[in-house]
Write a protein that binds this ligand. Structure first.
Ligand SMILES: Nc1ncnc2c1ncn2[C@@H]1O[C@H](COP(=O)(O)OP(=O)(O)OP(=O)(O)O)[C@@H](O)[C@H]1O
Ligand SMILES: [Mg+2]
Length: 280
């Protein structure tokens, strides 16, 4: 613990079709075992940053990228996605593109098989991830027959069986209901604790981010403009709103109380509100 798992220095990126630069000097560091959540309005560059970290832009998606990017010790701009194989797992916004095999079991077994693990170990990993995500009854179903939310769970599961050092998630629970989201967040938290998994996730739902993030980075117009623990970032209610991000409801309420003259600290989680009000 403690070493940087992801380092981004002065990163500039654009697509062949985007004309102007989309990322404009991003600086970021994520330590091993830490979860960083990227937030910011639509179009600010969250998915683009994840595509660079995953070695896809400019390797698979044509574009220009300048700067320095280290992920799990790999110089990504030099080695691309191939250099990250077995070390970095990616879950995209749209699970359709990711599901490729004929059964959920095969889908979950693919990554550990590609790593050359023995059959028993592959099976054990598939079963434990399937159990954690409530997918046991789906193992012999055709992934194409599943709903969008179920496919998203399968896509997440199939990356977790690889046991990556770094996990890149682009709005991983956008198609999931409350229970599905809960299962994914609990499993991520568990893997972080047990394996020191490092996670970078783009996410719109602020309550979700506040619950699981060690740090939050707010992006605006292709750069990181605010960064810190959820409490540090979201207690700056006005500034966060200025960048087009909605702070947690509880922070907004407390901020309004402060403006009315109540000298309270601004909480970011509902569980902190009682303490804040009680303690004055
Ligand atoms: N393949 C592409 N070709 C050209 N421009 C693109 C491409 N993908 C994204 N862009 C542009 O890059 C900018 C950043 O897009 P990006 O998808 O990174 O934003 P985002 O923060 O993930 O937004 P959202 O919250 O809607 O997912 C946008 O202006 C978008 O139009
Ligand atoms: Mg996006």
């Amino acid at each position: 613990m403690g070493n940087a798992a992801v380092t981004v220095r002065n990163l500039w990126a654009k697509y062949v079709g985007s004309g102007d630069w989309v990322l404009r000097g991003v600086n970021l560091e994520v330590r091993e075992g830490e979860m960083l959540v990227l937030m910011g309005p639509s179009g600010c560059g969250k998915s683009t940053l994840l595509k660079v970290l995953a070695g896809l832009l400019p390797w698979v998606i044509p574009g220009t990228v300048e700067g320095e990017v280290l992920v799990a010790g790999v110089d990504v701009l030099r080695y691309g996605y191939k250099g990250l194989a077995g070390k970095v797992g990616v879950v995209y916004q749209n699970p359709e593109v990711q599901v490729v095999t004929r059964s959920v079991f095969e889908e979950l077994a693919m990554a550990p098989e590609n790593l050359g693990l023995p059959k028993e170990e592959v099976r054990a990993r598939v079963e434990s991830v399937a159990k954690a995500l409530g997918l046991e009854d789906y193992l012999f179903k055709d992934p194409q027959s599943l709903s969008g939310g179920e496919k998203q769970l399968v896509a997440i599961a199939s990356v977790l069986t690889m046991r990556p050092r770094v996990l890149l998630l682009d709005e991983p629970t956008s198609m999931l209901d409350h229970l599905g989201t809960r299962l994914v967040l609990d499993l991520i938290t568990q893997l972080k604790r047990e394996y020191g998994l490092t996670i970078v996730a783009a996410e719109h739902r602020v309550e979700w981010a506040v619950e699981v993030a060690d740090r939050v980075a707010v992006m605006s117009d292709g750069a990181v403009v605010l960064e810190g623990s959820p409490s540090e970032v979201f207690s700056k209610v006005e500034e966060v709103q200025k960048y087009g991000v909605r702070p947690p409801g509880v922070s907004e309420v407390a901020y309004n109380l402060v403006r009315m003259g109540f000298p309270i600290r601004i909480p970011v989680r509902l569980s902190e509100m009682e303490e804040v009000l009680g303690g004055g």
